[in-house]
Design a protein around this ligand. Structure first.
Ligand code: SF4
Length: 151
């Protein structure tokens, strides 16, 4: 089985602050799978970098910088499209829960006044995976493999 997985979950120090989310238990469960790592934010903005949030705007849901308010969505969405074009045979997507890029149904969504609208949003990379009909899971849900989220 071919699994696309957030790079920080397998130990890459690509989080905004240069740390990782290494999940040894999760990686052990995927021992027999071919893992393909991705990190759209590191690719687009480097590490370390300012954080971002998903915000409901008049142009739809966008990833806005918490530092400058700039719309950071385009390079993340471009990376996602290129990644899935290059890997059309992904069986499963595992995204870091709560990430505005990688979370599957766990990212926070705010309005432009910083009011919390939802805690169940898909991050921008996960959204592209869902759009392509790929089975998607938040890492924290991987213990319940029946609960696939599909577009
Ligand atoms: S959650 Fe996604 S964007 Fe954030 S560090 Fe991990 S792989 Fe990169």
């Amino acid at each position: 089985m071919k699994v696309a997985i957030s790079a920080c979950l397998v130990g890459c120090k690509c989080r905004y602050d240069g740390t990782d989310n290494h999940d040894i238990r999760l990686v052990a469960k995927l021992e027999s799978c071919e893992l393909i790592h991705f990190c759209p934010e590191d690719h687009a903005f480097g590490t370390p970098r300012p954080t971002m949030n998903l915000v409901e705007t008049s142009q739809g849901i966008r990833a806005l910088s918490n530092l400058t308010g700039a719309n950071l969505s385009a390079p993340i969405e471009d990376y996602a499209k290129t990644f899935f074009d290059m890997h059309p045979d992904i069986d499963l997507f595992i995204g870091k829960d709560r990430s505005p890029s990688c979370g599957v149904c766990s990212a926070k969504l705010y309005d432009q006044d910083k009011n919390l609208l939802s805690t169940k949003e898909a991050g921008l990379m996960a959204k592209e995976a869902l759009k392509r009909g790929i089975h998607c899971l938040d890492a924290e849900d991987f213990v319940s493999p029946i609960l696939f989220h599909k577009a």
